[in-house]
Design a protein around this ligand. Structure first.
Ligand SMILES: [Mn+2]
Length: 240
């Protein structure tokens, strides 16, 4: 028998723990739907972030995973943008990254939208990020458990087109803290244990232009995965 470390034990979710994460995710999906439906030209990032917090309260949630990220236009090129006074205008890229907790268990989701018909460049970046995500998911569906290999699958595809503009790990474990072991990173030695919950969140960030990030949460199973995120992410759904 071999000793384990606490982060390895914590990574594997019981049914009850998983149910909390899924519940937090379902509530966040409700909040995202309501948020998207309420968007209007001229609204500020800060106003939208505040209405997200209100919508969570309305759904009985008062502890969030992290401060909601709402970014418009060029601000979407900033990975951890803090919502400010930028106003939504036609042609803008919109990025939402938020999640909440249920019984201290976190959820995490990112969606990118276009306010009106996207330009060809916006569409191309969106579809490439989505493709990188699907490549990673396909790897996981084949039973791959080496974090490095999964990270590299999406990363190599994006690097061919956007050099080093995918500036963060492909994803992370989720539990009672929003970023926990294991980690998808280019040099990660982590092996995903069956039963851990991971985000998959490729992104491309072009300074003075904008960015795209798409993030789902998946449960790692013996043979593959179960996607815990139930929210559309095709380009058509992303066009508002
Ligand atoms: Mn995340």
């Amino acid at each position: 028998m071999k000793t384990k470390l606490i982060h390895e034990v914590r990574a594997v979710k019981s049914k009850k723990e998983l149910a909390n994460i899924v519940k937090a995710q379902r509530i966040s999906e409700k909040v995202l739907s309501a948020t998207v439906a309420k968007l209007k030209t001229g609204v500020t990032e800060l106003q939208v972030a505040n209405s997200i917090k209100k919508a969570y309260l309305h759904n009985g949630v008062n502890v969030l995973s992290f401060p909601p990220i709402v970014a418009f236009g060029k601000n979407t090129a900033n990975i951890h943008h803090e919502p400010g006074s930028a106003k939504l205008k036609k042609g803008d890229t919109i990025m939402f990254d938020f999640g909440c907790t249920v019984n201290h268990y976190c959820s995490d989701m990112t969606r990118t939208y276009f306010w009106g018909e996207a330009s060809n460049k916006q569409k191309k970046i969106y579809n490439d990020v989505l493709h990188a995500m699907n490549l990673a998911i396909r790897k996981i569906s084949k039973g791959e458990k080496r974090a490095k290999i999964i990270d590299n699958t999406g990363r190599i595809f994006l690097a061919k087109k956007y050099k080093n503009n995918f500036k963060h790990g492909l994803g992370h474990g989720v539990g009672t803290v929003i970023h926990e072991w294991p980690n998808f990173k280019p040099k990660s030695e982590d092996i995903l244990p069956v039963g851990c919950v991971m985000t998959i969140e490729p992104g491309i960030y072009l300074k003075n232009f904008g960015g795209v990030r798409i993030e789902d949460m998946v449960l790692i199973t013996k043979k593959g995965y179960v996607n815990l995120t139930n929210f559309p992410k095709d380009l058509k759904s992303a066009t508002l």
